[in-house]
Design a protein around this ligand. Structure first.
Ligand code: SF4
Ligand code: SF4
Length: 193
């Protein structure tokens, strides 16, 4: 997505539809006292362009343009440290997840890589009950439709293979051992609206 389209999207988030999108997340963090414990607890904060505390401030201010120009929520690895340590007991990991879902649903170009990464990861888990690294990366690189990206990761892939951390596995349908679980979650999400 080009910059203009991203601006259009963020502008849309700034108007009427934004209220609906961000309102539930704002409710989740409305008791935030900006103490910064979430930032201090987050193992990924060093790589984020905005700290978790700053992100919650932007959510409280309804600053959708700033939120969706940041990559902070995409770098959340759902470790739950912030959720466990927040003195107000806020569901911060769920709030990060809700932002990821908005970015994925609206197909915002800035988050295309991370959205595809999550989708292909889950696709592999759904097929086999666990992630098969080589299959996952094959699916991910294919979805990116960029012939250069795999070359960037080739040296790391070779090292991991030499150490026996990943093995050659072509994509396969698998036995879908977690299918019932996936369907149940989909049903619950549907019933939640
Ligand atoms: S730890 Fe909780 S109260 Fe403190 S800044 Fe983070 S979200 Fe707000
Ligand atoms: S759940 Fe996400 S935001 Fe919270 S500490 Fe872990 S990585 Fe950071």
């Amino acid at each position: 997505m080009n910059t203009l389209t991203l601006e259009k999207k963020t502008t849309e988030h700034d108007t009427g539809s934004e209220t609906d999108d961000l309102a539930p997340i704002r409710d989740m963090v409305s008791a935030c006292i900006q103490c910064g414990t979430c930032t201090g607890s987050c193992p990924n904060a060093f790589a984020m362009d905005k700290t978790p505390r700053q992100l919650w401030r932007m959510v409280l201010m309804g600053d959708a343009a700033a939120i969706f120009n940041s990559k902070t929520f995409t770098l959340c690895s759902a470790c739950y440290y912030c959720t466990l340590r927040c003195p107000r007991g806020l569901a911060l990991t769920d709030a990060m997840s809700a932002l990821k879902q908005i970015a994925a649903r609206d197909n915002l170009g800035r988050y295309r890589h991370s959205t595809l990464f999550y989708k292909k990861f889950i696709e592999s888990v759904r097929r086999h009950g666990r992630v098969r690294e080589m299959e996952f990366m094959t699916l991910y690189f294919s979805a990116l439709k960029s012939p250069w990206v795999p070359f960037k990761f080739a040296p790391l892939g070779m090292k991991l293979m030499q150490k026996g951390k990943v093995s050659l596995q072509l994509p396969s349908k698998g036995t879908a051992p977690l299918e019932k679980l996936f369907k149940k979650v989909a049903e619950l999400e549907m019933s939640d609206g």
